[in-house]
Design a protein around this ligand. Structure first.
Ligand SMILES: [Zn+2]
Length: 244
């Protein structure tokens, strides 16, 4: 029987940073949880690394640049449905599929950690190349997802904490900051998986997913709403790590 870990994880937490690879990943991974956190008066910031411009599938009527603009706009509309403030939604505009584990990209995340000062970060799974949902159900952990997660963990430790890294940020008014708590997606078979009950936020979650008209089909939205159903509730599943 799955229990709701929301209070255990977030009761002492006021600020949550979500860092995702693509414009629709926040809604897919934790849309209900984000809506619940905002409803619970927590401060939430969402940073998306890439612009999603290569998700055109078989469309040839639109350029990567045009498509990216649409995807980023859809990210904004989806975030609004969850209750995110305009000033807490970011897209770093890195080309889709081309996110590298560079110092430059670590620095971009460090900026948000030092400015927003989160206590918990929600991101992807950096550890595996093949995700497993259950026996026989696997998929490739997208390169942008793996790299996003690695960049986030590196940014949190030690780059945000140590003043020797990116001192130009500190000169501009940002302070060093450390984060020791993380929630990772795509960890369904991990022993530390936690369930976050989102039954009160299903409408918001669905509406947010539906804003990704060019990212997700109706069938995909339905599938994403069904896959969180378990044990008579609706749970978004994340692996909780507390290194503090
Ligand atoms: Zn993605």
């Amino acid at each position: 029987m799955m229990r709701d870990s929301y209070h255990k994880i977030f009761s002492e937490t006021g600020r949550i940073l979500v860092v995702m690879a693509h414009p629709d990943d926040n809604e897919i991974v934790c849309g209900g949880t984000v809506a619940r956190l905002i409803d619970d008066d927590k401060k939430v910031r969402v940073v998306v690394m890439t612009n999603g411009g290569k998700g055109t599938k078989d469309r040839t009527d639109i350029s990567e640049g045009q498509f990216a603009k649409i995807r980023v706009e859809e990210q904004r509309r989806a975030g609004k449905e969850l209750g995110l403030k305009d000033e807490e939604m970011f897209n770093l505009g890195i080309p889709d599929g081309e996110l590298e584990e560079s110092i430059d990209n670590i620095k971009k995340i460090v900026f948000h950690i030092r400015q927003f000062k989160p206590e918990i970060i929600i991101t992807h799974n950096p550890e595996v190349h093949i995700n497993s949902f259950s026996k026989g159900i696997h998929w490739v952990n997208h390169r942008d997802h793996r790299h996003t997660a690695s960049l986030v963990l590196d940014a949190a430790y030690p780059y945000s904490r140590d003043t020797a890294f990116f001192p130009d940020q500190l000169e501009n008014g940002l302070g060093p900051h450390s984060v020791g708590k993380f929630l990772l997606s795509d960890s369904y078979t991990h022993p530390d998986i936690c369930g976050l009950e989102v039954s009160g936020y299903l409408d918001k979650r669905r509406k947010a997913l539906e804003q990704h008209v060019n990212g997700l089909s109706k069938e995909e939205v339905n599938g994403l709403m069904e896959e969180i159903q378990r044990d008579g509730g609706n749970f978004e599943l994340l692996r909780y790590i507390d290194t503090d």
